[in-house]
Design a protein around this ligand. Sequence first.
Ligand SMILES: Cc1ncc(COP(=O)(O)O)c(C=O)c1O
Length: 424
Amino acid sequence: MLEKHVRKIYEYVKSQNEWRNRTINLIASENVLSRTVRKLTGSDFAHRYAEGHPGERYYQGTDYIDKIETDLRNDFKTLFRCSQADVRPISGTNANEAVFSSFLKPGDIVMVNSTPGGGHISHHLAGSVGKFTKNVIDFPLSKDGFHIDVAKTKELIHICRPKMLIFGRSLFLFPEPVEELKDICNEYKIKIIYDAAHVLGLIAAGKFQDPIGEGAFIVTGSTHKTFFGTQRGVILSNMGNNEWQKVDKGAFPGSSSNHHLDTLVGLAVATQEVISFGKAYAEQTIKNAKVLAKSLKHQGFNVLGEEFDYTESHQVAVDVKEFGGGKMVASLLKENDIILNMNILPHEPLRNVTNPDGIRIGVQEMTRVGMKEDEMERIAALMKECLVDGKEVRGEVNKFRQEYTEVKYSFDELLADLKSPNLL
Ligand SMILES: Cc1ncc(COP(=O)(O)O)c(C=O)c1O
């Protein structure tokens, strides 16, 4: 009887929940949903379709989702001070695809952050950009490797006249030079796309940079890294209605049909949390990242970006070559319930991507469960005990993590009485 398999899946889900609640999660692309968001997902909306826009659907039965989607779109316009917002992409990659398909054609030259420079696969030949043009060139980087070299980029632009610059990265420590390159882009009619997947929540809070205000034509992003979830994507802009029609078609029908209404509801709730608590959260997140970087340095780790105070985002980059490289370190830490990922660093050749020198650390999730500066020092000490002293720290990690079981920066306490309507 296959019912046994269902019980097995149930056990896997239960084990995952219990296990990940005991771990220190430092994966920079993730975050946790509040209880309130979780109560309101898995509803009837998980069964439904709604193609098109509120009020102009191809399906009947969309009355309630139309209201939710309309309000959400308006909330995004207010949060990001822009006139256009598409909340339908079901992921950051999906949002990028909608944009690239609208503005790139074969032969166009695109400048992007390389993989060692932190760029995302969707910006590259192997990813979404590569479906539309093969002419992808990398931004020249400054010596530290975490900044675009503006003077050299201008020289390259004069020579090769790209159609598009794509800013934004997966290893994203410092703001991009949008303002510095705006004029030359205007001169040559180059479109600036800013992929804010990692830093969307920090931008919403006004704590990183304001890409649209600085001159970006379009901002894309994921809604679940420094934003409070659920896992979806978004496209934002100040462009006029005529040009926006292209993006609109790129999102639907270009890169999706139905847009997963259940997670749209979750995003609508999470956005209220960002509006109410996002500033305090972003401030604490950046503070925590800086403290973790300094503490790791103090514990003897080769933390990168020291001359720039390590980071202005939720991330920290560490060269762990002396401990056997990123793959070995990430695996050893995982055995001790500290979860993060190996990461290629700017000084490395691309062939190192599967066994790089670096690790990437993100503090956004542990900040969301209430950790502050003292806890960052504790995490640095646990990493040192594990990696430098060779001690097993899993027990200590689990005990420490037990103190942080609630999702802060949310309405969970205020709405504790709210029962999930989903299985009533
Ligand atoms: C810079 C950047 N863009 C896009 C994405 C893709 O986002 P998603 O996983 O929502 O498709 C990521 C994912 O981590 C990213 O780092």
